[in-house]
Design a protein around this ligand. Structure first.
Ligand SMILES: C[S@@+](CC[C@H](N)C(=O)[O-])C[C@H]1O[C@@H](n2cnc3c(N)ncnc32)[C@H](O)[C@@H]1O
Length: 285
């Protein structure tokens, strides 16, 4: 069976430039506004299609090097195109931030600032590895800026996007009460579990860093129609949830996700709202 356009989009995580306008784009300047001084080298972890690197290069003339580590080769390819005009001020590398031994970093790439936005939950439950790696690789006096999301979660650990997926699966005929076990059976950890609690993250960061600043605000998602949200879901979550559904019903799944979001928009004036937190961290002495 030929996969639908949206299934292909989900598989290669394409369409992020447009999809991220709904949410992640709003954090970019906010995060860069917390970069202290005039950085020489900035490293972005999970750099996606290079949007934060581009904004940093434009914002900080002092930046001689912007380095991106990213797991998706499709995203690296898109970032390479986007950042081509910046020439040798840019280095992009494909890397798995979850690998037992994260990539070696040449001394010339030692960053004064490391950023990681909308990524940490994908590294659950082994985030500690990359945190230790960052603490080891930051230049003296360097800063680590991380954003984390905090959706409300139910007793099964579901919340945020899991709730929209639950509505979609229910519309496709799954019993509402069976959704947590369907996720567990398919090896899909709820996003609201992956995001951890503030207390949990405080302990986790505290192993290697001192928290020197916290900023928090509401991450609100609104959408004009169901199709736009289905595309946002495919570009952001890829096939993470859709693989729970048999191949013949995957196009219907993405449609149902879009419709669930549009229903929320109509009933509540928004699809979702949750706190997003920006942590400013420095390595422990
Ligand atoms: C929601 S996107 C965020 C992209 C970008 N940081 C932003 O704020 O727009 C999450 C990114 O993390 C990347 N990612 C997830 N798990 C990863 C891993 N284990 N190693 C490297 N990159 C990963 C994904 O490919 C994706 O580009």
């Amino acid at each position: 069976m030929t996969p639908s356009a949206i299934e292909i989009q989900a598989r290669i995580l394409s369409g992020y430039a447009d999809a991220s306008k709904l949410r992640q784009e709003h954090d970019r300047d906010w995060v860069l506004g917390h970069v202290p001084g005039e950085p020489g080298v900035l490293l972005d972890l999970g750099s996606g299609i290079g949007q934060l690197l581009q904004a940093a290069l434009d914002r900080f003339p002092s930046l001689r090097l912007a380095v991106g580590l990213e797991g998706s080769p499709h995203r690296i390819a898109e970032a390479t195109e986007r950042l081509r005009p910046y020439g040798d001020r840019v280095v992009l590398r494909e890397a798995d931030l979850n690998a037992p031994e994260p990539p070696p970093l040449p001394a010339a790439y030692r960053p004064d600032v490391v950023t990681m936005t909308s990524v940490l939950h994908w590294l659950y439950p082994t985030e500690e590895r990359i945190l230790a790696w960052v603490a080891r690789h930051l230049a003296p006096g360097g800063t680590f800026l991380v954003t984390t999301y905090h959706p409300a979660r139910d007793p099964h650990g579901l919340g945020g996007e899991d709730d929209i997926v639950r509505d979609a699966l229910t519309a496709l005929g799954v019993r509402r009460a069976d959704v947590p076990s369907l996720l567990a059976g398919g090896g899909v950890l709820p996003i609201a579990t992956r995001t951890r609690t503030v207390a949990d993250l405080t302990d986790l960061f505290g192993e290697h860093f001192e928290v020197v600043g916290i900023a928090e605000r509401a991450a609100e998602v609104t959408v004009e129609d169901a199709a736009r949200y289905a595309h946002f879901h495919a570009a952001t979550f890829g096939d993470y949830y859709s693989r729970l559904v048999e191949p013949a019903r995957r196009a219907a799944f993405f449609r149902a996700v879009g419709e669930a979001a549009a229903r929320r928009q109509e009933e509540r004036g928004r699809v979702s709202s949750m706190p997003v937190r920006l942590w400013r961290l420095v390595p422990r002495a």
